[in-house]
Design a protein around this ligand. Sequence first.
Ligand code: CTP
Length: 467
Amino acid sequence: MASITIRNLDDETKQLLRERAARHGRSMEEEVRHMLRHATGAPASSATAEQPAIAAPPAGALSGKRILLVITGGIAAYKSLDLIRRLRERGAGVRPVMTEASKHFISTLAVGALAADRVFDDLFSREDEQDVGHIRLAREADLVLIAPASADFIGKMALGIANDLASTILLAASCPVLIAPAMNPSMWRHPAVRRNVETVRRDGVRLIGPMRGEMAESGEAGLGRMAEPLEIAAAAEALLDDGPKPLTGRRAIVTSGPTHEPIDPVRYIANRSSGKQGHAIAAALARLGADVTLISGPVAISDPGNVTTIQVESAREMLAAVEGQLPADIAVMVAAVADWRAAGQADEKIKKQPGEAPPPLLLTENPDILKTVGHHEKRPALVVGFAAETQNLEDNARAKLQRKGADWIVANDVSPDTGIMGGDHNRVRIVSQSGIEDWPRMDKQSVADRLALAIAKSFEDINASGS
Ligand code: CTP
């Protein structure tokens, strides 16, 4: 091949060429040869082959999926480095995009090295706009994942503002978008953030988290921590899962977690439910294609990424949220709803009175959500309840089936020595009019998957019988 005289090029072109060659790890001459070969349509030699759009991923649950990871400014950005590893070890190709603010927290060098790709950060890069371009970045992704998603960035998404590469890509993206919000709890609670989160949800954006826990700022805790990398990777997997979808077109309501029943502004009645089983069931139904609304009491775990979550505190709020979601095809009431609440909530904190006996705690009955749904005029075709028992499991479960108008009761023994309440495993019996099925002890995820499959099967049977 004839030699190429770089020094005859003008300074600006030379500079652009130098940068481009450095990015591709080639000499300037090699870069020009590569460009010429590309322009004339000649096959690239293996040494200088065009870089694939996103580095070829190894096999795994996200195998072959291309994830555009947008890192926005927040201290949780340090977790994004681990997230890149988690996504890549599941087989995803990760193409990182960083906002200017994120670079105050982590370096482009670390992000690029872990992703095995260059970091995209400049909307006005002449080079990138010719070579890749924000439209191509958006189109080449199977998922846009924003982690951490700052309050500022969620606000931009809600308003459709496109003033940097990351926000511009979002307007051009037609693939699913998953965000992992991270901010101080007082910011997360702010009405402006609530509004913006609602808007992006309505636009079809999925959320994973935030979680409750300690903040980076010392002494601060609450709802606002970014979900852990493994949870984010699982939510990405759920969104990109292309397995069979027998529940497509079915709407499901799932309740989960405990309820908190206020006594006064600082005290409440609660129970030990973690929400793990209910959340897992909601996610499992969604994986089978159902359109799921999860109505959750206060829990310390993240909202699943593939469902719409409504957070409530008390039984009465939970009932209102459930009724607001009817009609639906499926209701799975997993929440450990408090049977009683304080009769009359004190407006002020109840004070100790020196020398006086403790105040009596008067209770009144809460509405029974399962029973209400089981007898509702808009009753779902399949109503599933849970029965948490410490004695006479089967008899009590059968009685609940009748009393509450449920089709199935998933009965579990929650005696303290079983470790089920709050733990990761469950051993259940499925009680229906046609008998009892005993399932072996398994983790709550597997119980959820098996229950979701049983639900899908029951709808197949309904379809087959033509009803
Ligand atoms: N449930 C409900 N609303 C209530 C109480 C319970 O929707 N106020 C639902 C639960 O979500 C679960 C089922 O009813 O699906 C059974 O809950 P469980 O606590 O086992 O039964 P209870 O009705 O509370 O009866 P008991 O406490 O006497 O066992």
